[in-house]
Every structure is written in structure tokens, then in C-alpha cells.
Design a protein around this ligand. Structure first.
Ligand SMILES: [Zn+2]
Length: 214
């Protein structure tokens, strides 16, 4: 796996110091299992006394909460996204969603876009979810009221900040506005942590947002 996009140094520091919110730590620890480069960086931090890599690896990502049962989406006429295979799921995430990917209940939030919300511990700040986007589909242009950390699990997407493939992380600050567009052949499935609501630009998307739960 060739990884081109990594978390920002500040995020690595926060993660190594154990101060990263649970949802973000889940994305980070999932990326770590795929990325020797970031593993080395964390090992270096540990060597200079600011990291505890073992602690990060053991960070609980969802407590003992069961995976939220969501209604299966209507199939509609949306283009299919290739089934996610177990090998695409980093080990920390397998502990949360299991390895039987066919058992995941996707909820359709708009044509060609599905989500699966992953429950966090009661005191956790932010949200953690899987998002699946059909080939060639885009999310409406939006900004963020907080930061957003995304790990591509399968397929790819591109936006104004770059082209992200499986294993890549997009570590976005709150001031970034983007409209991610899924790969035209493969679509994409991503693990996304957010600590604030998305801020959609279009009126239609803003009206729809409370119903979509994003
Ligand atoms: Zn990395």
C-alpha cells in the first residue's frame, strides 16, 4: 500500500500525548496499522520522551458500546459500491465493527451516499462514522465547525486539497471548505472523525442536513 497523505505533525503529537479525542484516536490508530512511516515517527517521539506508542495502540475506540443498529438503506437506483473486504479494515476498527462486513447496516443519507455511525463512549466528544460514496458521486460543498480526520479504507476520492487513496489520511482544519468526489470506477469508503457539524454551502443541503444526521 503506497500512502501519500499522512496526519499533520500536530495530530501525531496530540495522539502520542494521549490528548486526542476518542473519535480522532480511532482514525489515527487505524492509519497507524497501515503506515510504517507514521509508526516510525511515533517511535521517534517516544524516544524523545513525548510518546507512548503502546498506549496509542491500546486506545479504546468505542468502549463496550454495541454498534448502533441502523436501518438498511433503500437500494434505489444508486450505483453500487464494491463490497468492502475484511483485509481493508484496520485491526483497531475490526474491534469496533467486526470482520463481517456484510453485516454492516448502511443508512442512505442522499443518492449515492451512505453512512454508518459508530458509537463512542458517553463522555466522548465528536462523531465517528463510516461513509460510503458511489462511483463518481460527490458530497455537497461544505466547511466545518471543527476539524475533520478522514482515513480512506477502500477506493479513492479527490477534492481541492488532493487525491486520496486507500490508507491515506486527510487531516483538515476547520477553515477548509471542500466537495469530495468519489473515484469514478471504485467509489470510496472512508472512516471519518469530526468534532463539529458540517457546514453546507447550499440551502438545499442545509435543509436536508438534520434529516440526514450528518
Ligand atoms: Zn502515515
Amino acid at each position: 500500500m503506497k500512502i501519500n497523505h499522512h496526519p499533520q505533525a500536530e495530530s501525531l503529537m496530540s495522539c502520542s500525548a494521549g490528548s486526542m479525542p476518542e473519535a480522532f484516536a480511532a482514525v489515527m490508530s487505524s492509519h497507524m496499522t497501515l503506515c510504517p512511516e507514521c509508526q516510525k515517527e511515533l517511535a521517534f517521539m517516544e524516544a524523545i520522551g513525548v510518546a507512548m506508542f503502546d498506549g496509542i495502540a491500546a486506545t479504546p475506540v468505542s468502549g463496550d458500546a454495541p454498534v448502533m443498529a441502523l436501518r438498511a438503506s433503500e437500494a434505489g437506483d444508486d450505483a453500487p459500491v464494491a463490497a468492502l473486504n475484511a483485509s481493508a479494515i484496520p485491526e483497531p476498527l475490526q474491534r469496533v465493527i467486526g470482520t463481517d462486513l456484510n453485516a454492516i447496516k448502511w443508512k442512505r443519507v442522499s443518492p449515492g451516499v451512505w453512512q454508518h455511525v459508530i458509537p463512542l463512549s458517553k463522555t466522548a466528544r465528536g462523531d465517528l462514522r463510516l461513509i460510503k460514496v458511489a462511483p463518481g458521486k460527490s458530497l455537497p460543498e461544505h466547511g466545518h465547525s471543527g476539524s475533520e480526520l478522514t482515513l480512506v479504507l477502500q477506493g479513492a476520492y479527490r477534492d481541492s486539497t488532493g487525491h486520496y487513496r486507500a490508507g491515506d489520511v486527510a487531516d483538515l482544519a476547520g477553515d477548509v471548505t471542500h466537495s469530495p468526489s468519489a473515484d469514478p470506477q471504485e467509489g470510496c469508503i472512508c472512516l471519518i472523525a469530526t468534532d463539529g457539524k458540517l457546514q453546507f454551502k447550499s440551502l438545499a443541503a442545509r435543509i436536508f442536513q438534520p434529516f440526514a444526521g450528518i
